[in-house]
Design a binder for this molecule. Structure first.
Ligand SMILES: NC(=O)c1ccc[n+]([C@@H]2O[C@H](COP(=O)([O-])OP(=O)(O)OC[C@H]3O[C@@H](n4cnc5c(N)ncnc54)[C@H](O)[C@@H]3O)[C@@H](O)[C@H]2O)c1
Length: 260
């Protein structure tokens, strides 16, 4: 029996990157997947087949969340899993962000997942319980320069996850967060101009000296959404290649060879 047999999962930001990898993996594990995105998830739904439903969702729109949860329940008969994955990144110095940019990052990355839990939790409870996985970031555990609203949103997601875990676990819904490091997706390579090997060079000081593939993050999301994490709630799973463990000092022994 596959890990998610009989389960219905709603995945935001499912048209690309980590969300798409998660949808594919969940489907191979027996789940029905609702692919929610502002972008067209139709091609991925066609690839997956009858186990997938593509819906349009802007996670900033609270009313739209209600509609999408109703669509999921009407189409597949219930809802057991929510993956709050949709997110954006805008690099800038704090003093240079426009108000619109700050609000856009916070609205999509933080307010969206809160709306998602509000809309999905009653349906998940009605289906007999399940799991919510919120995709935060290493920037919800530590920070980097030039991404202040993003870091604020991802620290917010981490804290919100723990409140949701306290409120929902006794109602049958475990809530956990995933914290990816650099992942080779459109978010890390917006205009598609960079090769992975070029981006990997920026991570030469990490224990794992490369970006992740989205499938490596999807595996952690599957763990937290599935039965094997039955005793985990309010927890943080890092998939960061050791980025938050520490960084190498080149002038001391024990460092790996530099990337060429
Ligand atoms: N790529 C990385 O290096 C990295 C690292 C840490 C965390 N993350 C997080 O992983 C998540 C997925 O990112 P990704 O790397 O797969 O990026 P991606 O750009 O490939 O995918 C993000 C998806 O979210 C969708 N989206 C954007 N705004 C939306 C909205 N308002 N409503 C609904 N959908 C919307 C996009 O259309 C896109 O399909 C994000 O939350 C991101 O912050 C990514």
């Amino acid at each position: 029996m596959a890990r998610l047999d009989g389960k219905v999962a709603l995945i935001t930001g499912a048209a690309s990157g980590i969300g798409a990898a998660t949808a594919r993996l969940f489907a191979t594990e027996g789940a029905k997947v609702v692919l929610a995105d502002v972008a067209d998830a139709g091609p991925l739904a066609a690839e997956i087949g009858e186990a997938a439903l593509a819906v349009t969702l802007d996670v900033r729109q609270r009313d739209a969340w209600t509609v999408v949860v109703e669509q999921a329940v009407a189409h597949f008969g219930g809802l057991h899993i929510l993956v709050n994955n949709a997110g954006i990144m805008i690099y800038n110095l704090i003093g240079d962000y426009t108000e619109e940019e700050i609000r856009r990052v916070i609205d999509i990355n933080l307010i969206g997942p809160i709306f998602g839990v509000q809309a999905a939790a009653p349906a998940i409870e009605a289906a007999g319980g399940g799991a919510i996985v919120n995709v935060s970031s290493v920037d919800g555990l530590t920070v980097h320069n030039a991404m202040a609203p993003y870091a604020a949103s991802k620290w917010g997601v981490r804290g919100f996850t723990k409140v949701a875990a306290l409120e929902l676990t006794h109602r049958g819904i475990r809530v956990n967060s995933v914290h990816p490091g650099g992942v080779f997706t459109a978010l890390a390579n917006p205009d598609g101009s960079l090769r992975k090997s070029d981006l990997d060079k920026n991570l030469a000081h990490n224990p794992i000296q490369r970006l992740a593939f989205p499938e490596e993050v999807a595996a952690a999301i599957l763990f937290l959404a599935g039965p094997e994490s039955s005793y985990s709630t309010g927890s943080e799973v890092t998939v960061d290649g050791g980025m938050t463990a520490g960084q190498y000092f080149d002038f001391l022994p024990g460092t790996p060879p530099a990337l060429g």
